[in-house]
Write a protein that binds this ligand. Structure first.
Ligand SMILES: O=C1O[C@H](COP(=O)(O)O)[C@@H](O)[C@H](O)[C@H]1O
Length: 268
């Protein structure tokens, strides 16, 4: 395995500027080659760190952006737990990405999921499948015409990592980690609330052209050492290993504190 490309920054402001630089570079390259920029965004701490500098950049062809969510909590889009709402407040409200190029879950399907959960496992499976299939159709609408491939190939996926090593809504030791087919999966027992979510599968993540993890704060020191430096680590974030794409880590000094400098390529 190549030494991971780890970039560390003394504060989140510097991290955001460098993250914006990389995003703009990848955006320009993608538009040059494919005349569009396909990006998957995560929730949690990421939207704020992404938008802090990027939202003020000029000369970005925002109308070429197609935005998906690497995972989404199954709550209404105006609910405080919604990853979409978070991204909207931090990012979409400040940049002119066309609304119909921001692909959200179909929230009109949520009440029937709630009813189904009360009825039992079979009904839940059926209702959750509708939500999953709707989101996969949205992916097909963007990717199938360009890439006649088994999996969508994103220009950039921006991922977070939890202190337990989860990424997207893929949690440690969960059966969803074993999926080798399917683009989007339902999880009804997320250990981090809210329990019902959808997530990109590992094959979708690993097919991306570029994957960037962003993690800050001392609460992530231990797990990052494990994920980045232990080749045997099976935590979800460690299973993100792009098939042919590039993998970057953007960390602040607090998160990177335990990393052994000889084992990583650190670009400060
Ligand atoms: O629940 C989630 O958590 C992860 C990690 O969030 P962070 O606040 O620790 O950065 C996030 O990447 C994911 O999108 C979200 O649904």
């Amino acid at each position: 395995m190549n030494a991971p490309n780890v970039r560390t920054f003394s504060n989140t402001r510097e991290l955001s500027v460098s993250l914006a630089d990389l995003t703009v570079k990848l955006c320009e390259e993608s538009i040059e080659i494919r005349d569009r920029f396909t990006i998957g965004i995560s929730g949690g701490s990421l939207p704020k760190l992404l938008a802090a500098d990027l939202k003020n950049r000029e000369d970005i062809e925002w109308d070429k952006w197609h935005v998906f969510f690497c995972d989404e909590r199954l709550v209404p889009l105006d609910h405080e737990d919604s990853n979409y709402l978070l991204c909207k407040k931090e990012f979409f409200d400040h940049v002119p990405i066309p609304e119909d190029q921001i692909y959200t879950i179909d929230s009109s399907l949520l009440p029937q999921l709630e009813q189904a959960v009360k009825k039992g496992a079979e009904a839940t499976e059926e209702a959750s499948l509708e939500i999953v299939e709707d989101y996969e159709q949205k992916l097909i609408s963007v990717f199938a015409t360009v890439n006649a491939v088994k999996f969508p190939v994103f220009d950039l996926l921006l991922l977070g990592v939890g202190p337990d090593g989860h990424t997207c809504s893929l949690f440690p030791d969960h059966p969803l980690l074993d999926l080798t087919i399917g683009w989007v999966a339902y999880i009804g027992d997320s250990p981090k609330p809210p329990p019902r979510r959808v997530t990109f599968t590992l094959p979708v993540i690993n097919h991306a052209h570029n994957i960037t993890f962003v993690a800050t704060g001392e609460g992530k020191q231990d797990v990052l050492k494990e994920i980045i430096e232990n080749p045997e680590c099976r935590l979800p974030a460690a299973l993100v290993q792009p098939t042919t794409g590039k993998l970057y880590w953007f960390l602040d000094d607090a998160a990177a504190l335990n990393l052994t400098s000889s084992k990583v390529t650190t670009i400060s």
